[in-house]
Write a protein that binds this ligand. Structure first.
Ligand code: F6R
Length: 263
């Protein structure tokens, strides 16, 4: 696991966008796994800027989002389909038909979840999976106690997740308690994983992810088993890391080595 600690949330967004742009430059038909929530928004803004300056093109890119609320129309302001359209897809040159978000209104979730998995495979699998992390350690909507081998399916949101996400819903508006989410096994199949966390409210989840035991109690901890995971965090999210200085030292050495290689 590579741990990149940067001074600010803006640095995290910049570094993350660089990783995604680099990935697309290496493989123009990259399959991206994408996340919603507050954390990736700043990275999406950087990608929009880069695309408008023609530094990157999403024309051949496909995307699969992690999750969707159950019961919301795709046009509902809080649906994750709508979020992705507003925050990214409407502003870049990706083909709308190449963007995929799980169906939160499926008449048969078993079937639609399997179809989502099959479509990912058909496209050759996810090349780069972007993740945020919940305060309770969830990735996607794989809440604590989720099977570490799980596939795309319906999950019941934890009271903590419902409370954390209440900020997006108007007072009196019905907030979904269920979601369809890629499973942890699905996420682990991605060739690369990039997880973002910013702010001190994430510091315990980040410490459990990087330095805790692998456990369904902290679903993100399974990423310790993934061969290519990069965790990009700001200093506030890194506050509880016992080996903070070591992670900074590794990145320092990497930078020196890459400069040396270029000489
Ligand atoms: C979103 C998702 C969630 C969020 C997590 C953090 O698609 O799958 O796991 O990444 O809840 O959310 P924010 O970034 O709002 O703190």
């Amino acid at each position: 696991m590579r741990v990149v600690i940067l001074p600010t949330a803006d640095d995290v967004a910049h570094y993350c966008a660089e990783q995604i742009i680099h990935q697309i430059q290496q493989k123009s038909n990259t399959v991206l796994g994408l996340a919603t929530g507050s954390t990736p928004v700043a990275s999406y803004q950087k990608l929009i800027q880069a695309c408008s300056k023609k530094e990157v093109s999403f024309a051949k890119v496909s995307s699969f989002n992690l999750d969707e609320y159950i019961g919301l129309e795709s046009t509902h302001p809080q649906s994750y389909r709508n979020f992705m359209n507003q925050e990214l897809f409407n502003h870049i040159d990706i083909k709308f038909e190449n963007t995929h978000v799980p169906d939160g209104l499926s008449p048969d979730f078993e079937k639609s979840c399997q179809a989502y998995e099959s479509l990912i495979l058909q496209k050759g699998g996810v090349d780069l999976q972007l993740l945020g992390i919940g305060e309770n350690g969830h990735i996607g909507f794989n809440e604590p106690s989720s099977s570490l081998n799980s596939r795309t399916r319906v999950k019941t949101l934890s009271p903590q997740t419902v409370a954390n996400n209440a900020r997006f819903f108007k007072v009196g508006e019905t907030q979904p308690q269920l979601a369809v989410t890629m499973g942890i096994g699905t996420i682990m199949d991605a060739k690369k994983v990039v997880l973002l966390a910013t702010g001190s409210q994430k510091k315990q989840a980040v410490a459990n992810l990087i330095e805790g035991s692998i456990s369904a109690f902290s679903p993100a901890s399974i990423l310790q088993m993934h061969p290519k995971t990069m965790v990009i965090i700001d200093e506030s999210a890194a506050e509880l890391l016992a080996l903070n200085d070591y992670y900074l030292h590794i990145e320092d050495v990497q930078i020196k080595l890459s400069k040396h290689k270029n000489v």
